[in-house]
Design a protein around this ligand. Structure first.
Ligand SMILES: *Cc1c(COP(=O)(O)O)cnc(C)c1O
Length: 390
């Protein structure tokens, strides 16, 4: 018999009652070190006092007005994101997939308003993940996400990652945009070569296309920069962020240059809940913390430390783990053993991690961990290496 909760997830039989910083505490009182942050969402840990205070304060004052009126928290968060990025303007949504829908619609309408209504196609890359809406599964191009849902939404072409010749060959008179994750997340934590991001930018400029960065997972401090593409120095025209922007409150945002954003005029796009006062209060609080002096440098330091300790474990257990890759605290441990077994074994040692494609275990720890949390996770990894090794 079907469960009242629709069975769309293969869930672990664990229920958490509360969270404290990097720990989750289950209903039966067991503590788990959360090295997944949900999936890269609770990047400041659980129940961060500054975020809790911001949400409580807002909850007592105002929840919702609709976007028929100005929303001060929205104006403040947009100004701050604009000041901290390449962008000139921000649209607020409630999730990553919705932020990407906004980006895709913006690119199509930009071409339409600039005399190219025939340009509506978007090029994406193998290993991509852009969400679960009808358009974003077409963009992601994964057979298992498309199966049974009818003809994929028209207008998406996929080419191999890191192949600039294939990219240029795929551009036609109907191409509007190129969408790429600067660090692929679901696909298996694959940082894109900065040279390839340059090639994407160059091809887009040559053919009049817009570049969309999907930073839903790699954005908001995860890599040690506020946005993952900052490591490459190559800016997009449009960028989506979501997961960590709300620290656990549903939120998404589509940032764009004036050139691109001007395509979405009044009435052309919208959202009932997008940019509501509650999520804006928390988004601003998340930025307060991430923009503190030294915060991102701290992420880099922690990442270097964790990375070198993981490498030592891998060196001892090459029959279980292959290598570690990633950028900052967005790490993937490519495994030899089936990744599901590795993650279950980690959980038996009370450390939570997340699977990804390519038999990779993701470590997406809170950006506020300290050396003792690193030691705890590495000890679990060492134990799992011993247990699963031959
Ligand atoms: C999670 C994710 C999405 C989808 O976000 P939702 O909030 O689940 O809609 C899109 N792109 C990337 C890169 C993601 O990691």
């Amino acid at each position: 018999m079907i469960t009242p909760v629709m069975p769309t997830y293969a869930r672990v039989d664990l229920v958490f009652a509360r969270g404290e910083g990097p720990y989750l505490i289950s209903e039966d009182g067991e503590r788990y070190l959360d090295f997944g942050c949900g999936i890269a969402v609770t990047s400041l840990g659980h129940a961060h006092p500054h975020l809790v205070a911001a949400l409580q304060d807002q909850a007592e004052r105002l929840w919702h007005t609709s976007n028929l009126y100005r929303i001060s928290g929205q104006e403040r968060l947009a100004e701050r994101l604009v000041a901290a990025s390449f962008a000139d303007s921000v649209f607020f949504a409630n999730s990553g997939g919705e932020a990407i829908e906004c980006a895709l619609k913006m690119a199509r309408r930009y071409q339409y308003l600039n005399g190219h209504p025939e340009r509506f196609r978007t090029i994406s890359f193998t290993g991509a993940f852009h969400g679960r809406t009808l358009a974003t599964i077409a963009a992601g191009g994964q057979a298992k996400h498309l199966e049974g849902f009818g003809p994929p939404v028209e207008g998406f072409d996929q080419v191999p990652l890191h192949d600039s010749n294939a990219l240029r060959a795929a551009i036609t008179g109907e191409t509007a945009a190129i969408i790429i994750e600067p660090v692929q997340g679901e696909g298996g934590i694959t940082p894109v070569d900065p040279q390839f991001l340059k090639a994407v930018r160059a091809a887009a400029d040559e053919f009049g296309l817009l570049v969309i960065y999907d930073e839903v997972q790699c954005g908001m401090g995860r890599t040690g920069k506020l946005f993952g593409h900052e490591w490459s120095g190559v800016a997009p025209d449009i960028m989506t962020i979501a997961k960590a922007l709300g620290g656990g409150i549903p939120i998404g945002a589509c940032l764009a240059t004036e050139k691109a954003a001007s395509a979405l005029t009044a009435g052309s796009h919208g959202s009932t809940f997008g940019g509501n006062p509650l999520s804006m209060a928390v988004g601003n609080a998340v930025l307060d913390v991430m923009q503190e002096e030294g915060f991102l440098e701290g992420v880099e330091r922690l990442a270097a430390r964790l990375n070198s300790e993981i490498e030592q474990v891998i060196a001892r257990h090459g029959d279980v783990f292959d290598h570690v890759r990633g950028l900052g605290l967005m790490m993937g441990i490519k495994s030899v053993a089936p990744v599901g077994d590795v993650i279950n074994a980690m959980r038996d040692h009370h450390v939570l991690a997340v699977p990804a494609g390519d038999n990779v275990m993701r470590f997406l720890p809170p950006l506020v961990i300290n050396d003792s949390h690193i030691a705890e996770a590495v000890a679990a990894l060492e134990a799992v290496g011993q247990e699963l090794g031959s």
